[in-house]
Design a protein around this ligand. Structure first.
Ligand SMILES: [Zn+2]
Length: 300
């Protein structure tokens, strides 16, 4: 009896030791690589592709949330202080984060400022639209301007950054050519997006956006606005309405039922597509726009 008790004690001790060993192996060593924090997910993809594996890149705003309305918690602000470099879009996109970023200006890159967008865009539209990452042409400019900046922050990564920038610029350029080619096959394409997120993309490729479901991000349309949208839908022979994973879908559903429209997704942040690269994000959105536009062409 006594012998059996000792045995089970030994066994228990053995199990405990085993657990400790397995547990010890599982605990990851602390990641010592320097950290870049970006505001939105698309810039996490962009920056990670440029710097390579030697640097960690994380975005603060979840890709499932709208950057226009998301607000940080205390732990998010604390995270900013752990980062060696902060990257934001600017132009008021990250409304609730702007102050926290600007207070850390010594390690901040404002991409709209970096590619000097404000003076150009002020002449193109009344209010400056912030969605610059959805333009392949602006992405090329960002990649080239970021390469220099990143090399000064992370000099030990210089060779990788040069190589990665060249690869990305090539990929973006060939994607731009393919989209232009596809677009050339279409006559007067027009889309109605959920909010005005594809403004620059549409400008790049000569696609009209005669209206958006939300007149400003996060603001659902009134009955009067829905009626006006209906007129525009009919006048432009629109057959698809776009929804976005970060926004309420109900108004799109109302329009789709009323005007017999298909519902298709555009995802400015790459949440639903699980995009692994910035080019995937743009390309998947373009495939969805193309499908909608080609559907229109076959209508009687
Ligand atoms: Zn937006």
């Amino acid at each position: 009896m006594k012998h059996r008790k000792t045995c089970s004690r030994l066994l228990a001790l053995g199990v405990l030791l085993l657990l400790l060993i397995v547990g010890g192996c599982k605990a990851k060593p602390k990641d010592e690589r320097p950290l870049i924090i970006t505001s939105i997910h698309p810039y996490e993809l962009l920056l990670q592709e440029l710097v390579g594996d030697g640097v960690r890149v994380q975005s603060l705003i979840p890709a499932s949330a709208s950057p226009h309305t998301w607000s940080p918690k205390a732990k998010d602000i604390k995270k900013l202080d752990e980062a060696k470099l902060l990257v934001m879009n600017g132009l008021g996109l990250e409304e609730q984060l702007t102050d926290a970023f600007k207070q850390r200006s010594d390690k901040l890159i404002d991409l709209a400022e970096l590619i000097d967008i404000t003076p150009v865009e002020k002449s193109r539209s009344r209010e400056v639209n912030p969605h610059i990452w959805l333009s392949p042409q602006y992405l090329v400019r960002m990649a080239m301007m970021l390469a220099d900046k990143l090399q000064s922050y992370f000099p030990e990564q210089t060779a990788a950054i040069n190589q990665n920038t060249m690869t990305l610029v090539n990929n973006l350029s060939s994607m731009h050519q393919q989209i232009s080619k596809d677009r050339a096959m279409m006559e007067n394409p027009a889309i109605i997006t959920y909010h005005d997120s594809f403004h620059y993309f549409a400008l790049d490729y000569g696609i009209a956006v005669p209206a958006t479901v939300q007149s400003s991000p996060g603001k659902e349309p009134t009955g009067k606005e829905l009626a006006k949208l209906g007129e525009i839908i009919k006048a432009n022979k629109i057959n698809t309405i776009f929804v976005e994973p970060q926004m309420d879908k109900r108004s799109a559903k109302v329009l789709a039922d009323e005007f017999d429209l298909k519902i298709q997704t555009l995802d400015p942040l790459g949440h639903e597509f699980k995009a692994k690269r910035i080019t995937d994000l743009i390309w998947t959105n373009w495939q969805n726009i193309k499908t909608a536009l080609q559907g229109e062409e076959t209508l009687p």
